[in-house]
Design a protein. Structure first.
Length: 94
């Protein structure tokens, strides 16, 4: 029972650590400092954790990593979106 609670707390804290990054990207309208490589590795890691969680029948791992996958995907989308806006503005200024 205590290990389930520890698992949920660990999953929640690991998952919510992306919220400040999403907020900063939104405020700055830029994510150029964030590596696509790191984001891709985090997505692969989340997928593997979801598979592992399913294999060992761990609801905590599955849910937390699904949320992690979605939030990291949001960062990837924002990085791509703001990069395209910046490039289009640069082309319009020429």
């Amino acid at each position: 029972m205590i290990y389930d609670i520890i698992g949920y707390i660990a999953g929640i804290t690991c998952t919510i650590n992306l919220f400040p990054q999403i907020y900063i990207i939104y405020k700055r309208k830029s994510a150029e400092d964030i590596s696509y490589c790191a984001l891709t590795l985090l997505e692969i890691s989340a997928i593997l954790w979801i598979i592992y969680g399913y294999y060992i029948d761990s609801f905590q791992i599955i849910i937390c990593d699904i949320i992690l996958f979605i939030l990291n995907g949001q960062i990837i989308i924002m990085k791509y979106y703001y990069k395209n806006i910046y490039e289009n503005n640069q082309l319009n200024n020429i």
